[in-house]
Design a protein around this ligand. Structure first.
Ligand code: NAD
Length: 252
């Protein structure tokens, strides 16, 4: 496990699934963790479950990543508590079942809602946090294998994740000269409690697994461990990369 002592990482979408697992890994490795989510009660419960580490209790900040003022205020709260931010993990995201249709059948409101969290929310989080990141800092965005393939997860979700991948590469180029690394993780089917609930269902997991080289779905902790590695100094020469954590799905 990388040593994260002394690092302060802001994790969005931290109340559930991949964000929660990332926050838990980071806290265990000694990082100061600022957990951001729009679901206040669940966020408090998750922060309490992580408990006090060497650097104290995680900070729980209720914020909507798609709202400019809300995420800016969240970043200000993190700076006020910890005095710095040197890691950002953008895990907040949504999937809307109404998006699971051919392009011509998807309502504009559905498209805007999904883009508003997944792409606009990632942009707003990066825009608020990047000015505070110094040399040695690391950002990890979360896209999806849907951003790499046209495998049918809906036009809004697919294009939101493609946008996150492109934004990540651009951020790596723009902020590399300041010593800030920016990488993107693309999870495949990952069991969890929110968006990953379907893959936690044994019969769905079994049918999805049949097509995967590793023959099983992923666990949120496996994505969290990859996120933490990219946030740590162990990967100090890795930037602008898009890393699928998908049991080999995208090599087919
Ligand atoms: N689970 C999977 O199979 C899978 C696969 C590929 C990509 N992903 C991506 O991983 C990320 C996390 O997915 P997950 O499975 O952990 O989902 P999840 O539903 O368990 O967690 C998402 C969290 O984001 C929060 N959130 C949603 N909108 C928000 C907003 N506007 N502001 C702040 N918080 C908000 C939710 O409250 C929730 O706590 C998402 O970006 C998702 O697209 C997941």
């Amino acid at each position: 496990m990388p040593d994260m002592n002394g690092r302060v990482v802001l994790v969005t979408g931290a109340a559930s699934g991949i964000g929660r697992a990332t926050a838990a890994c980071l806290a265990e490795a000694g990082a100061g963790v600022a957990m951001v989510d729009r679901d206040g009660p669940r966020l408090e419960e998750t922060a309490a479950a992580i408990g006090t580490t060497g650097v104290g209790q995680p900070l729980a900040v209720v914020a909507d990543v798609g709202d400019e003022a809300s995420i800016a205020a969240a970043v200000a709260s993190v700076l006020s508590r910890f005095g710095l931010i040197d890691g950002v993990a953008t895990c907040a995201g949504i999937f809307d079942p109404e998006d699971l249709a051919d392009i011509e059948k998807v309502e504009l409101a559905t498209f805007d809602r999904v883009i508003g969290v997944n792409l606009r929310g990632t942009f707003l989080t990066l825009r608020a946090a990047l000015p505070h990141l110094g040399s040695g800092s690391s950002v990890v965005t979360v896209a999806s294998t849907a951003g790499l393939r046209g495998h049918g997860f809906g036009p809004a979700y697919t294009s939101s994740k493609g946008g996150v991948i492109s934004l990540t590469r651009l951020a790596a180029v723009q902020y590399g000269p300041r010593g800030v690394r920016v990488n993107c993780v693309c999870p495949g089917a990952t069991a969890g409690e929110g968006m990953g609930a379907a893959f936690a269902d044994p019969s769905t997991a079994e049918s999805v697994s049949a097509d995967l080289p590793l023959r099983r779905v992923g666990q949120a902790g496996e994505i969290g461990a990859t996120m933490m590695s990219l946030l740590s100094a162990e990967t100090s020469y890795v930037t602008g990369q898009v890393i699928a954590v998908d049991g080999g799905a995208t090599v087919r």
